[in-house]
Ligand binder design. Sequence first.
Ligand code: ATP
Ligand code: MG
Length: 259
Amino acid sequence: MKIIAVANQKGGVGKTTTTVNLAACLAEAGREVLVIDLDPQANASSALGIEATPGRSLYGVLTDFSAGRSLAEQIQPTAYDRLHIVTAELDLSGCEIELAADLGRLTRLRRVMEAYRASGPSAEFVLIDCPPSLGVLMTNALAAADSVLVPLQCEYLALEGLARILTMIERVKQASGHATLLLEGVVLTMYDARTNLSQQVVDDVRQHLGRQIFDTIIPRSIRLSEAPSHGKAITAYDPSGAGAQSYRELAREFLKRQV
Ligand SMILES: Nc1ncnc2c1ncn2[C@@H]1O[C@H](COP(=O)(O)OP(=O)(O)OP(=O)(O)O)[C@@H](O)[C@H]1O
Ligand SMILES: [Mg+2]
């Protein structure tokens, strides 16, 4: 089981879109996938057609840690074969406050995931959709993860944003004693072939990070932005469109990189 945090402290760069659609494409390719929605906005949950329900999230598992509640009891099936989810709820935002005073707060989720791993889970890949703020939840996700996948929007000053997230990954590694956290890769999102800027961002970022950038680039696509309001992954909403094809290609490349 490999745990991948999908993270970028910048809002609206495609974290949730990438989590949901990469997960759906990995499941379509025959892999067992678990999505953990760690954002109180619960966008990944609704994008997969599942409503946030009070009591169904990691909130209790993380805050009432001594009760020994497990991740497994929060897992729900989705409409997709091999794709399961732990939904988010607004209460999750309370974790920021409740855990703030707790000494072991950075590694709560890591301990929950260790217990889950030891239980012999069926999930091969766990994708954690992180909130955009640099708080306790995102830190917990990075401390629990084996690797970080960073969606990066093709826009002005993208490189500065990338530098910030790389610095933050280093900080979390030190603060949580997690020296083995890897960069899974950077996925360029919302690429617009009609603008020079998009191509320039791709060239700049490739020059700086080389192979750590996925070859697959996610194009800007109306279909990708419409799918969440229908509660569907792109593989169900527009299975043969450019958006679905790009996420399938990303899933193939992602799998090829796993040795
Ligand atoms: N490739 C794309 N083409 C067009 N629209 C996109 C694409 N990717 C994401 N979007 C849209 O951009 C907006 C932000 O995307 P998304 O919610 O995935 O970002 P996020 O990083 O998860 O945001 P937040 O930081 O708020 O959690 C959404 O409305 C989404 O539908
Ligand atoms: Mg999001």
